[in-house]
Structure formats: structure tokens, C-alpha cells
Design a protein around this ligand. Structure first.
Ligand code: DGL
Length: 265
């Protein structure tokens, strides 16, 4: 199985891309809705629960781990790769960096994400390590996650917030924008409408899904294909908020899920 985790429902946007590129594989998903948002948590907290969740997924037969949460990717993925040596751990940052480097022409790249992701400075460091002549402009957008979770996708409040958040990046003349948060792909169309038309907007989940596909083609015995009649498994550590709306947006249908909090007590 492919193990995927996130702080909650947002990681379903990553599941969507994985299912698009890898429809033959079974997914086990864990959304840590009991402890979200991760975006405002400390690095030690995010590391602690990312480790517990990874361990839990591996015990349930996950053969590879995808850290769908951008905040956990920023704060915990390197730690997980070190801790679970031998387990392929994929995260959201490296795919986005590769794609943005291949895309930008004027070397001005924007990043939007949670406070945790932006504060970690990891994107900035990795971009500048790859090419010191880049100019990176980061913008935390803390109000977008609750607006998406409320299902207020094309609400005027969301449009105003997007304008406010994107204006400074527009002013800097970026030509590439990374959506460094699970929820933002659901706003991609609106973001493209608000930011200049010639800015390329990158959804890291899509790039990641292509990379995982290549990896599984190169390692064909690592993850068994899904048996006929098997179902994907979705677990949440608490009743997930507005899951009906988010799963409709991602999969055009409701999903079955189990509420289980294995880390309490
Ligand atoms: N999943 C988080 C991320 O991609 C957003 C929600 C949260 O803050 O927990 O950064």
C-alpha cells in the first residue's frame, strides 16, 4: 500500500493526484484531524506526530510514505528520512523545487504556504542552494486553510484575501508561484485569475505523483498492485471537518472513513 499522511482533510488533494497517476495502487491515508492545524504548531510537535503516524502506517503495510502535508514536509520530512532509513519517504518540497527551477525564466519565484512552512525557510534554502541567483518571495496565507475548509471557494471574502496575499508577489514580478499547502490546489483557478496570466502556478502534488509513478515503475516489486475488490483506507484521528465537501471537490463523491486516534493515552 501507499501510505499518505496529512494534518487533516487537505491531503486529499494529494490523494487525488496519486490516484490520477497511479490508479492501480491501494492507498492508506491518515489525517491527523485531532491535532490540526499543523501550520501553527512547533517543529518538535510536528516531528513527534509525523514520526508516530509514519510508524503506524508502516505497521499497516504501507511500503512507501508520502508526506502530503507541506508543513510536515518542511518541518519533519528530513527527520523522517533519517529515522526510517530504507523506507522511501516522499515529500512535497523537492518536487516543487525541481519544477519551479525548470519553469522560471526571470528567476523570481513566489511561495505561498502556512506560517509553519514559510517560517521554516526550507524552500528558500533549497532554492538558493540549487541556484544562488534566484530571488525567492514567500508569503504566509494563514486564512486560506479555514476558508477552503468552510467550502468558501469562490466567495468574495476568499477572493479579497487572495488579492491581499498575492499583491506583494505580483509587485515583485514573479513568473512562477508554488502552491505550498495542501488546500491551495482547490483555489488554483482563482489564483491563476488573480495573479498575472503569464505566471506559472505549480501544484506540487501533481509533480510528486509523477515522481512516485516513475519510482514505482523503477521498483516494480516494492508495492503490490491493488487486489480486485479492495478499497482505499482513510483514517482520521478525529471526526474530520467538512469532509463531505472536500471529498466532493477532490473525488466528486463522498469517501468512507474510520475515526481512530492511535496516539492518545
Ligand atoms: N496540511 C497543511 C499544509 O499543507 C495545511 C493545514 C494545517 O495547517 O494543518 O501545510
Amino acid at each position: 500500500m501507499i501510505g499518505i499522511f496529512d494534518s487533516g482533510v487537505g491531503g486529499l488533494t494529494v490523494v487525488k493526484e496519486i490516484l490520477r497517476y497511479l490508479p492501480d495502487y491501494q492507498i492508506i491515508y491518515f489525517g491527523d484531524s485531532a491535532r490540526l492545524p499543523y501550520g501553527t504548531r512547533s517543529a518538535s510537535f510536528v516531528k513527534k506526530y509525523s514520526e508516530k503516524i509514519t510508524d503506524w502506517l508502516l505497521c499497516r503495510n504501507a511500503k512507501i510514505i508520502i508526506v502530503a502535508c507541506n508543513t510536515a514536509s518542511s518541518l519533519a520530512a528530513d527527520f523522517l528520512k533519517n529515522k526510517f532509513k530504507g523506507v522511501p519517504v516522499f515529500e512535497m518540497i523537492n518536487p516543487a523545487i525541481t519544477e519551479a527551477l525548470a519553469t522560471t525564466k526571470n528567476k523570481k519565484i513566489g511561495i505561498i504556504g502556512t506560517r509553519g512552512t514559510i517560517k521554516s525557510n526550507l524552500y528558500q534554502q533549497k532554492f538558493l542552494k540549487a541556484d544562488p541567483s534566484l530571488q525567492i518571495f514567500s508569503q504566509p496565507c494563514p486564512l486560506l486553510v479555514p476558508l477552503v475548509e468552510e467550502g468558501m471557494l469562490d466567495d468574495k471574502v476568499t477572493i479579497e484575501m487572495l488579492k491581499t496575499y498575492l499583491q506583494p508577489l505580483k509587485k515583485e514580478g514573479i513568473d512562477t508561484l508554488v502552491l505550498a499547502c495542501t488546500h491551495y490546489p482547490l483555489l488554483k483557478k482563482m489564483i491563476e485569475d488573480i495573479i498575472d496570466f503569464d505566471v506559472k502556478v505549480i501544484n506540487p502534488a501533481e509533480i510528486l505523483a509523477k515522481q512516485v509513478k516513475t519510482y514505482l515503475e523503477e521498483n516494480p516489486f516494492l508495492v503490490k498492485k491493488m487486489k480486485k475488490g479492495s478499497q482505499h483506507k482513510f483514517f482520521f484521528s478525529d471526526e474530520p471537518y467538512n469532509i463531505e465537501k472536500i471529498s466532493q471537490l477532490c473525488f466528486n463523491k463522498k469517501i468512507n472513513f474510520i475515526v481512530k486516534n492511535p496516539f492518545d493515552g
